[in-house]
Design a protein. Structure first.
Length: 118
């Protein structure tokens, strides 16, 4: 069985503007959390089985856009495997707040960012 897409993230240098765009366009709710530097968890309103997401500020030059996070069983193993398949590591493994697991981000061979989440 394949690994599921578990999360999406939209980052922007103008996160308030982008948050307003997506919430108005799709009827989502997303309230910025000051304790998370203005990052907003998205509720798509699609029910408990929907993929969750977030909208937030850019953290580094060139990191704006949309990326998916794919659920993996072993973060370090899949990060190494991605490298063997031609990916570059963009963000080393890091712990998420409140025990939500760990993530890393790679660039696929075309340069598209893809998150790995364990």
């Amino acid at each position: 069985m394949g690994q599921p897409v578990a999360y999406f993230e939209i980052t922007s240098t103008a996160p308030e503007k982008i948050r307003a765009f997506y919430t108005e366009l799709f009827g989502w709710t997303a309230a910025a959390d000051p304790s998370m530097e203005g990052y907003a968890m998205v509720d798509t309103g699609a029910g408990p089985d929907a993929i969750s997401g977030g909208i937030g500020p850019s953290q580094a030059p060139g990191d704006t856009g949309v990326k998916i996070y794919v659920r993996v069983d072993d973060l370090e193993k899949e990060l190494a495997r991605a490298g063997q398949l031609g990916a570059d590591t963009l963000a080393l493994p890091m712990d998420l707040p409140e025990g939500y697991g760990r993530i890393a981000v790679v660039a696929d061979p075309d340069g598209n960012p893809v998150g790995l989440w364990a």
